[in-house]
Write a protein of this length. Sequence first.
Length: 275
Amino acid sequence: MPPRTTAAPWAALLLTLPLVGCAPAQEFLDRAAPGVDALVPLDPDRVDRDDPFAGSPAEDYGEGFPVPDAEAVGPYTSEQVEYAYAHTQRLLEAVYLNQDAVFGEDNSELMGLLTGQSLEWYMDNLTNEDFELNSRHVPFNLTPGTAEPIGDQVRVDGWMRAEAARDEQGWDYLSVVTEYTIVHPVARPGRPASTRLVTSHLGEVGYYDTGVEELEAAPMWYRAVAPVHCVEEYTFTPSYDDEMPKGDRPGGVIEDAYDLETTREMDGCGAVGDT
């Protein structure tokens, strides 16, 4: 638990949220010839470079994170809710739509949106040796050199809503609940392999009154990503169809990566179908 829990009541909540990843479906493993490491030849270039969302649910998704109309919630004014919505939108854009962050681990835009105790916690825990407590779980970074974007669009489906909340330590705060499916079409640099990375984003941004003019934002979210290798790391390594899975093997029934309800029940490395 962070030493300044009473000063930053949201920090303990952030650290309890799990990070989960998804691996390719078991059907991929069946393409491996028995007893050898080689794969049966196939076309690993799964994404149409001219129409990268074709044939997927993301064809019908929008772009960006739209903001609802603001209304007063509990003790929080419509102006405070409006600020919280707009700031949450900026946080999500900094995490998922900034290509320098996603593909280059440049999280400076995210850091610029954190203030006070939230920024202090983030900076202090970037080197935390406890994997679960490390703040590098907050951004969405792909492992350098493993992916490049296909096109310039990221498709998004989901919503945000505001509600008055109280955390386990008795602190009241304005909660902006966020639930999104985010789709990045990516390719392996230098080789003809591609896929659509589907991220299920769940959680909230808590807005606390710390005595300054604006409420202080604290991201408290988790995510599942598919298809990626199930290895313990702070970045996500896309899994392409021409390679064997690294790390843990996926378990359980084959799930739909676009189904947010599946993510709520995940615990560990799950198997998913085509994205």
